[in-house]
Design a binder for this molecule. Structure first.
Ligand SMILES: Nc1nc2c(ncn2[C@@H]2O[C@H](COP(=O)(O)OP(=O)(O)OP(=O)(O)O)[C@@H](O)[C@H]2O)c(=O)[nH]1
Ligand SMILES: [Mg+2]
Length: 340
């Protein structure tokens, strides 16, 4: 039962999804649980950059999803698991929903739609510091079509506005709910700041209330089921996103080719060789990522290595290569090869 399927997560990523172990060594499912124990799936949706992944990490208590100030950071569904005495909450972080401009964008939207149909509840993330716009309305209308599924409206980034603006946004979000879902509206509306740890616990409590009574779905302590190779690729993409502008973030894809122990190392001081390809769409972008004399790429490696070493628990040598996959975001064949 540990892998109760939410569908899209396990599909469509083709050979990019290399075999790997989750962060924690998978244990056995608990054999006992208290009366009234709840467990289930909640998906976070919202516009790009709304704070879904940051909230996922705050709830899990560890980084399972990369985050950045660039929209469309998340490109696949990521499961993060919250363990409590009374419940297990499986969070399914999704790519931001937006009007698609490329085949990649369309695939990401389809992925979210499929995920939504299979979870127990939905957390619709709307930033406190941005007016509700057509993007949010579009998502709300989509959600309205999911019959009888509880939808919790989460007003994110509450730390960025003062009390009166927050109150106004809560009222506006409430109104959006009755406008699109009818009289019942949202199951709840809750403000949160994932970065300032304001109301994170309250969000967990509300979501748990929406979960069905059920035995635990994951072994104790398992925080995600992301394979290591995917986590490593994501940490490198996160490091590479920092400081690049314009369309480059969208053009970047990262694939870990192999992770192998370096031979001849002392047993108490092993080293992993991690060979990684960074794909961009044009040669001008390749030059930007590499930087003068390779300076930028070295910076990316240094920044990513810390997180990767923490994840894998050993020292690593990162071997980064930048390649061009021309217009991959629009090319079905290349999308397949890159795992979308
Ligand atoms: N001040 C503040 N910033 C936040 C908060 N939550 C997220 N952010 C910032 O908002 C930006 C976007 O956060 P993400 O969590 O990557 O947003 P997302 O919704 O997952 O974005 P996509 O994956 O692109 O759809 C990042 O720069 C975060 O640091 C918050 O509670 N307060
Ligand atoms: Mg995200």
């Amino acid at each position: 039962m540990a892998s109760r399927n939410t569908g899209p997560k396990d599909q469509g990523r083709g050979d990019r999804r290399q075999e790997g172990t989750p962060i924690q060594v998978p244990g056995l499912l608990p054999t006992q649980w208290p009366e009234g124990y709840r467990a289930g799936f909640t998906s976070f949706v919202g516009r790009p950059n709304a704070g879904k992944s940051t909230l996922t990490n705050a709830l899990v208590g560890q980084k399972v999803a990369i985050t950045s100030a660039k929209p469309q950071t998340t490109r696949h569904t990521i499961r993060g698991i919250v363990h409590r005495d009374d419940a297990q909450l499986v969070l399914v972080d999704t790519p931001g929903l937006h009007r698609p401009r490329t085949l990649l964008g369309q695939r990401l939207n389809d992925l979210v739609a499929e995920t939504l149909s299979e979870v127990d509840a939905i957390g619709f993330c709307i930033p406190a510091n941005e007016k509700i716009g057509p993007g949010d309305r579009f998502i709300a209308t989509q959600l309205a079509q999911l019959q009888r599924k509880p939808i919790v409206a989460i007003v994110t980034k509450a730390d960025l506005v003062d009390r009166s603006d927050l109150a106004r946004q809560l009222v506006a979000v409430e109104a959006l709910g009755t406008e699109t879902l009818g009289a019942g509206g949202w199951a709840a509306v809750v403000p949160v700041s994932a970065t300032k740890d304001f109301q994170v616990q309250a969000v967990a409590d509300i979501l748990v209330q929406q979960m069905p009574v059920s035995p635990p779905l994951y072994p104790d302590g398992e925080l995600t089921d992301e394979p290591e190779a995917v986590m490593v690729a994501e940490l490198i993409r996160e490091a590479a996103l920092e400081g690049v502008r314009d369309e480059l973030p969208h053009s970047l894809a990262v694939v870990v080719e192999e992770i192998v122990p370096r031979e001849g190392r002392p047993e108490d001081n092993p080293l992993l060789d991690v060979r990684v390809n960074l794909y961009v769409e044009r040669s001008s972008q390749k030059a930007i990522i590499i930087g003068r004399g390779g300076a930028r790429l070295r910076e990316v490696g240094t920044r990513a290595r810390k997180g990767i070493e923490a994840l894998l628990g050993t020292r690593v040598y990162l071997d980064l290569h930048v390649k061009i996959a021309k217009d991959w975001q629009r090319d079905p064949k290349q999308l397949g090869r890159l795992g979308f």
